[in-house]
Design a protein around this ligand. Structure first.
Ligand code: SPD
Length: 433
């Protein structure tokens, strides 16, 4: 070759938009494209832009591979630049064509540093020629970030880039990623559902404040909760007779069983009746039969988009109210006063229209891996216990010690129902309780 290197400028057209918006998939594809061509990868750095698009570069010993994607145009602009004779950039081209599912491409190849334009000089250094392999001692450094966001706020966790589970069901995209700081993480439609490190905050808070208050819970209904974290907490109460769980998407259950064993530990409990069906239909049908059959209903759904949107409607909660026995409790993930603020307020208002206003309460807790880190449960009772007046702190203290809970305890119980001034104002409630 009469030049230092070859540079191919590629237009990948008619690609898969989903692939072009997936930073982990793109980084993997670019690194593999470099390796397939015989290059030695030194480092890679990729970034996902809001709301869409990815940019990144793979630095190779023989130069670099770079990319910018426009998922909204099914288009990726890629540079494949290799020096020396040992690496064939066209192999990278073929690899990426497949990875991006591109049906149309165009490319321009340029020689860089043509020998008739440049002349070697002795500049006093002792560099080896670029094409000569030198051992690379440092580990390849890679930087993958998962971001859960709305238009204005975001929360990111760095992960290894390894996608442990990925399936797009008829309802949603379910993934399990390996984060660097929070263990494994399940995401649904690019929103964090749980991480191994802090899922206990959420699952303990959605279950125990209610079950510690109810004097004799017998039958529990869980809507959602397919990762299994809520039923793991519920089955700490051996006196329960049945737990019915209605999860719309078996993919979530399967992903958790395969990759989140610490959450999925109770799926084989003989008292569990797992129904894969739409929870909204389920409560509608059950309410139409007119049976009051549950002492506790837990709504452990996703955020108010996609299949979970109906879990935020008044009709749904009216049906739940009908299904509760006298003295029963309803507890639900209430979103955040700082993120999905409207959903947080509206859920509380909906409950206050259905239950007596002084039987509806809100508790806050720390959920570090959800955007803003401040999350809520709303709790309503059908003429049942009051969260503070009827709370038996000594009993809870024993329970927490016996079960070695990570987040919930008798002090958290009392403190969580005390709301900051700005939240009281948002909810238009008097200081609680
Ligand atoms: N934005 C996160 C909302 C979390 C809702 N539920 C998570 C499921 C955990 N079982």
């Amino acid at each position: 070759m009469q030049a230092l290197g070859r540079h191919i400028l590629v237009e990948f057209l008619n690609c898969s938009s989903a692939v072009l918006n997936d930073v982990a998939v793109i980084e993997n594809a670019m690194v593999k494209a470099a390796e397939a061509a015989g290059a030695t990868v030194i480092q890679s750095s990729f970034h996902h832009f809001s709301p869409w698009g990815v940019s990144g570069v793979v630095v190779i010993q023989e130069s670099h591979l770079a990319i910018h994607t426009w998922p909204e145009y099914e288009y990726a602009a890629v540079d494949l630049f290799t020096c020396g004779d040992t690496v064939d950039p066209w192999i990278s081209f073929d690899h990426l064509k497949k990875a991006f599912q591109s049906s149309t491409q165009s490319a321009v190849e340029m020689y860089r540093g043509s020998s008739n334009l440049i002349k070697r000089v002795d500049f006093g250094g002792h560099a080896k020629p670029m094409h000569e392999k030198i051992p690379v001692r440092q580990k390849v450094q890679r930087s993958f970030w998962f971001t859960d966001k709305d238009e204005n706020q975001a929360f990111s966790l760095r992960h290894t880039g390894e996608v442990l589970f990925q399936e797009t069901s008829q309802f949603q995209k379910v993934r399990v990623l390996q984060s660097l700081s929070h263990g494994r993480m399940m995401t649904i439609n690019d929103m964090v559902m749980c991480t191994e490190r802090d899922e206990a905050h959420y699952h303990e808070m959605i279950v125990h404040p209610a079950l510690q208050l109810h004097p004799r819970p017998q039958n529990v209904l869980v809507i959602g909760g397919g990762d299994g974290g809520s039923i793991r907490e519920i089955f700490r109460y051996p006196s329960l007779a049945t737990v019915t769980m209605v999860e719309i998407d078996e993919t979530v259950v399967r992903a958790s069983q395969q990759h989140l064993p610490s959450l999925a530990s109770e799926f084989n409990n003989p008292k569990l009746k797992l129904i894969i069906a739409d929870g909204i239909d389920f409560v509608e049908r059950a309410a139409a039969r007119g049976e009051e059959q549950y002492d506790l209903i837990v709504i452990d759904g996703s955020d108010p988009v996609g299949p979970a949107a109906g879990l935020f409607s008044e009709k749904f909660y009216r049906n739940c109210h009908r299904l509760l026995r006298q003295g029963g409790l309803l507890t639900l993930q209430g979103e955040s006063p700082m993120f999905h603020q409207n959903a947080f307020v509206e859920l509380r208002q909906v409950l206050s229209r259905i239950f007596l206003p002084d039987q509806v309460h809100t508790a806050l807790f720390f959920a570090p891996s959800y955007p803003t880190g401040m999350w809520s449960i709303h709790m309503a009772s059908k003429n049942g216990p009051h969260p503070i007046r009827d709370f038996n702190s000594a009993r809870t203290k024993d329970f927490v010690r016996e079960h070695r809970l990570k987040y919930y305890n008798e002090q958290i119980h009392t403190g969580a129902f005390c709301l900051p001034g700005f939240v009281q104002k948002m909810l238009e409630v008097e200081p609680q309780p």
